[in-house]
Design a protein around this ligand. Structure first.
Ligand code: PNW
Length: 484
């Protein structure tokens, strides 16, 4: 690598966790195998194929339900020490509730966990990566607070059946992306356009569910199992459009509060960020409402939410630049749509300084990751962080994926700076994604994978891309030992 770049040559602290991530619906297939129930994504794709760009679905996906041993081998070949995967809730509880446990589904995850451990790879299990059991959606999904109890039962089942071997649990994946894509953009299952109240309500239920699950782990399992329970949040980096403008700097901080703080402030401090409460109360008033659209935590929920993570999972992909909206320009501002966007009330663009990636919303801005890690450190007193997703989209599955290599190199190097130069407590890095997988409403038209999958072959043949070999080297050398 050229010497005239701004890379930092050093290794990560000993014990730094390297690995890859994935999720159930995007990878497993076997959508109705061995007693699995229907999820909201099964229903969404089957009901109307035109909802997905290439009219595809996850019925077969990468067939990891049968090919999991091959996935573990790929991880081993990459020198990975951790694999983050998610459990399909309806695979283990077909009706969503503990009324019916599908032992065949439990067996599948037991086999996967055992295979990982036999290969020296630590399992990291996400409980909710968006594939809610359809019967729970019929009850109004996350808008119904009864889901707190159903999630608690599901979490207890997972802790009790897998926790003897799984030491890292993540309750939820990316509530911001989930609630915005479902209830605001209405492009993700079950796509219900209700941007004003529903994203807030859904996130509220998820946070309360997390807190109850965390209590269950702490009270019933932790002493014996000695594992950790975390939560994965998504965030862009938010920078000022004009770095010399104090109001733009303030705007960037406000955007972080609305995106990351919405979720993380409750998990650490037991309540939503003050600026969010103020802004949404004000907007609600302007809409003629007598109360704020942002729900309020009852004292008990607030108490159990406070300090309810053993680690914070950060999913980072891109960076945005923000500025205030000029008076009179509100109607012309594309990022000022009713709901979360208008409540935030800022003019936002994807950072034009970064190279455009294979999806419209992604630009390659590595310094944004270091800044985001520092924002978390400063705002929340340096909590332990694991980067639970980071990766680059391509619009094809080329094996010579040099742009993806550049993305990984830049982002891992900025993480190294955050750890060694800024003392951010980052304990691990998981790349997204092990394979090219079903990319939600984009179907199979874009890929984040470091392995190509031949979906036309019976074997679903996996082939390492150049980036898989590149990451294998970083993982092995624990960073960037010297200039090369
Ligand atoms: C994440 N954004 O989604 C999800 O956790 C994965 O399941 C998904 O495959 C991956 O990232 C790539 O999309 C995101 O607009 C979707 O900033 C959108 C955004 C971020 C993350």
């Amino acid at each position: 690598m050229a010497n005239n770049d701004d890379s930092f040559y050093h290794v990560f602290p000993k014990g730094f966790i390297w690995g890859m991530a994935n999720s159930a619906y995007q990878t497993e297939g076997g959508w109705k195998a061995d007693g699995k129930g229907e999820s909201i994504w099964d229903r969404f794709c089957h009901e109307d194929a035109s909802r997905i760009k290439d009219s595809s679905n996850g019925d077969v996906a990468m067939d990891s339900y049968t090919k999991y041993k091959e996935d573990v081998k790929l991880l081993k070949d990459m020198n990975a020490k951790m694999y983050r995967f998610s459990i399909s809730w309806p695979r283990v509880l077909p009706k969503g509730t503990s009324e019916l446990v599908n032992e065949a589904g439990i067996d599948y995850y037991n086999r996967l966990i055992d295979e990982l451990l036999a290969n020296g790879i630590e399992p990291c299990v996400t409980l909710f990566h968006w594939d809610l059991p359809q019967p729970l959606q019929e009850m109004n999904g996350w808008l119904n607070e009864e889901l707190v109890q159903f999630f608690a039962e599901y979490a207890r089942l997972c802790f009790s059946r897998f926790g003897d071997r799984v030491k890292y649990f993540i309750t939820f994946n990316e509530p911001w992306v989930f609630s915005m894509k479902v209830y605001d953009f209405a492009t993700f299952a079950p796509a219900i356009k209700e941007p004003l109240e529903s994203p807030y309500k859904a996130v509220h239920t998820m946070l309360k569910s997390h807190a109850v699950a965390y209590q269950i782990y702490k009270n019933e399992f932790k002493d014996k199992q000695k594992g950790k329970v975390g939560f994965s949040v998504d965030s862009s980096n938010y920078g000022p459009k004009d770095p010399s403008s104090p109001t733009d700097l303030e705007a960037a901080d406000k955007a972080f509060q609305f995106r990351l703080g919405w979720i993380v402030n409750p998990l650490i401090n037991g309540d939503y960020p003050p600026i969010m409460k103020e802004s949404i109360a004000q907007q609600s008033k302007l809409e003629g409402r007598s109360t704020s659209r942002l729900p309020v935590f009852d004292p008990e929920s607030s108490t159990i939410l406070k300090g309810s993570i053993d680690f914070l999972g950060l999913n980072y992909y891109t960076a945005e630049l923000v500025t205030t909206i000029k008076a009179g320009e509100e109607a012309n501002c594309p990022t000022n749509t009713p709901g979360w966007n208008r409540d935030l009330g800022l003019d936002r663009i994807r950072d034009p300084n970064g190279k455009l990636c294979g999806v419209w919303w992604q630009r390659d801005v590595p310094t944004g990751l270091r800044n985001t890690l520092n924002w978390i450190k400063k705002q929340y007193g340096n909590p332990p962080v694991i980067i639970t997703e980071n990766g680059r989209a391509e619009s094809d599955d080329r094996l010579e994926d040099d742009d993806r290599i550049a993305y990984f190199r830049g982002h891992i190097n900025e993480t190294l700076k955050a750890v060694l130069l800024d003392s951010c407590d980052v304990q691990g890095y998981l790349g997204w994604c092990l394979l090219d997988v079903f990319e939600w409403s984009d179907g199979y038209t874009v890929g984040f994978g470091v392995h190509r999958v031949d979906r036309t072959s019976q074997e679903k043949t996996r082939t390492p891309k150049k980036s898989a070999k590149y990451l294998a080297q970083i993982f092995k050398e624990n960073g960037f030992p010297d200039k090369q």
